[in-house]
Design a binder for this molecule. Sequence first.
Ligand code: GLU
Length: 497
Amino acid sequence: MNKQVIVRFAPSPTGYLHIGGARTAIFNWLYAQKTGGKLVLRIEDTDVERSTEESIKGIIEGLKWLGISWDEGPYFQSQFIEDHKAAAQRLLESGHAYRCFCTKEVLEQKREEAYKKKTDVQYDGTCRKLPKEEVEKNIEKGLPFTIRLKVPEGNGAVRFSDIVYGDIEKKYRDIEDFVILRSNGQPLYVLSNAVDDIRDGITHIIRGQDGLANTPKQILIYQALGVPLPKFAHMPLTLDSKKAKISKRKHGEIVAVHFYREHGFLPWALVNFLALLGWSTVDSRQIFSKEELLDAFSLEGVNRSNSVFEIRRDDPKFFTDPKALAINSHYIKTLPLEELAPYVKIELEKAKIWDEAYETEKRDWYLQTLDLIRSRYHVTTDFITLGRAYFSDDYDLDPKALEKNVLKHEDLKEWLPLIAERLDKLDEYSLEETERVIREVAEELTVKPGVLINGIRTVVTGQAVGPGLFDVLMAIGRDRVVARLRKTPILWGQVYS
Ligand code: GLU
């Protein structure tokens, strides 16, 4: 029987959870779920200067919001420093590592020489050859030392097969005897990371492509410690449309998970979008439920070529990748209303236009209205911008719509209040009756019904486009429609009395 899969997401808490990190988390989570394995969350907080509590909180909140659950942790790397030191000690004792007494100045000199020789191998192994007596003398004298791993000599190479990048080899002679413990006793990240993975029993290391640079060294650590190697799967980089690497520094908040939460993304829509960065099905399908994603996803299917995250800053309608917006829009349009409702509630509450009755006696109205207006929306914030007039009397009129559909037709100043009166007097305020009234008035005034319809829509909803007008009139309700139409002359700067 195969061993249970154990994967981990190991973010460094030096900033917010960004889309690249979230994608790595998603791939780990999918793989664990798919194989009946476990996901460990390990916060790599050993870089004390750059790690912050706020970042830890942000990462955990971001994962929870996305719906990514883990089975173990969060563990904190800083709690295991003693383990890392002990591993260095074991390597020293087993002869796989050695003490290096070279001073800063000496190392600097070696670095310069290496630079001149155009080689990456800066350390030439001077202390590897120190006789035992000399080592002991140095220790006695209290000379500071680092601990370096002995990279095997000769023509061999570290070889491994990455699930995504295939066969990779790095020649021993191109890897220097690297430091695993500093002279102040602190372990280096490359050691801590490997020791933690060994302790946590990680079977598959799924991480960003930038981790590839550390992999040969980590494999040497595994081998020196005499433990079996995990499998590696490095995820391709995500680039922007100009082929620059996506980064917090360059792109700012737009690459942060919280940005999507604040800008009206549904968590599953973002997971669905991120899961497709670097991977696709043959038919380039875009919409996946959780079950479908679990079914279709495989690490072997991840593409080697870099994925593109398109940011179009020039068009505010596309404040982020158009594919991400299209996917989010799909979910807004198709989610069962009871599932969508809580997300819209968050927006209405933020805008301070939430009514508790939407949970009770106005529940049906609330759900029907969401259903009526959602078909054109991309983000849940559209409900409080484009859809604000359904939930509040305090809404703005889109200036272009106002100009084109209202102000240009001065007669509407009288016509719309007239319609208000007719609607007010109707015995039955219904789809058929409101339509009849408006067509009737159009005939009486010998004006095209479209002029009245566009004018009414703009005044009553603030928007030029939307669902069928008579449905809109039903949703907004007689009293509010009448009041809004009566106030039309105000739009010309006059007060109607
Ligand atoms: N802590 C590393 C990072 O946030 C990840 C290292 C790894 O996954 O091995 O980039």
